[in-house]
Design a protein around this ligand. Structure first.
Ligand code: COA
Length: 173
């Protein structure tokens, strides 16, 4: 099993893996999606066949020059689950984000989704509370005091509204 990143011009490869997606991909939209450099798509390929995918979108921030990655969707074919494909896809995204200076990767899931929760926790994601829907992979060291006890970043807490109303703090690039 290997993981490959799709780039502009790889629409055919993504369309050939249509059965992996809940909502069937449409040609024109796929072309535009892959042409947008904020979007990142990885395929897990086994014996030449796509058996899983992950897609995410980079988001700019206003309190940091570092972008965040929103892990939007990950799915592995039922026939290939529990063989390490999900972990390989997440690791490929984390490596990509570290190389490109991302502050963090975040993903939402239903806390009752044991497979997703197990995958995210086992690859380093943290949550504020056990029942939290948002899992965060902090990727950069922040100045002392900028992380909560659980390790979540200031950006993550801002999204949750914990710092609403407080003046924005300057951040180092
Ligand atoms: C979540 C999903 C992507 C995991 O993919 P996968 O290829 O089966 O995961 P891996 O084999 O890489 O497993 C990595 C780790 O995740 C955890 N894990 C995976 N499946 C699990 C399950 N059914 N129950 C509990 N933990 C699980 C384990 O810690 C596992 O490590 P281990 O096998 O060494 O114990 C897959 O189950 C899936 O496609 N589910 C349907 C779509 C979905 O729910 N996506 C997430 C939406 S947010």
């Amino acid at each position: 099993m290997k993981v490959v990143r799709l780039g502009e011009g790889d629409a055919g490869r993504l369309l050939a893996a249509s059965e992996l997606f809940d909502a069937p991909p449409v040609g024109e939209a796929v072309w535009a999606y892959l042409a947008d450099e904020r979007n990142v798509v990885f395929l897990a390929v086994d014996s030449g066949r796509a058996v899983g995918f992950l897609r995410g979108t980079a988001l700019n921030q206003i309190a940091s020059a570092r972008p965040q990655m929103f892990l939007y969707e990950i799915d592995v074919a039922p026939t290939h689950r529990r063989r390490g494909a999900g972990r390989a896809l997440v690791r490929a995204l984390l490596a990509y984000c570290r190389r490109h200076g991302f502050e963090e990767v975040f993903v939402f899931t239903d806390p009752a989704n044991a497979a997703a929760v197990g995958l995210y926790r086992s690859t380093g994601a943290v949550t504020e509370t056990v029942a939290d829907r948002m899992f965060v992979y902090p990727l950069t060291r922040r100045p002392a005091g900028s992380r909560s006890v659980s390790g979540q970043s200031r950006a993550a807490r801002r999204r949750r509204g914990d710092e609403r109303g407080k003046p924005a703090q300057a951040s180092s690039p």
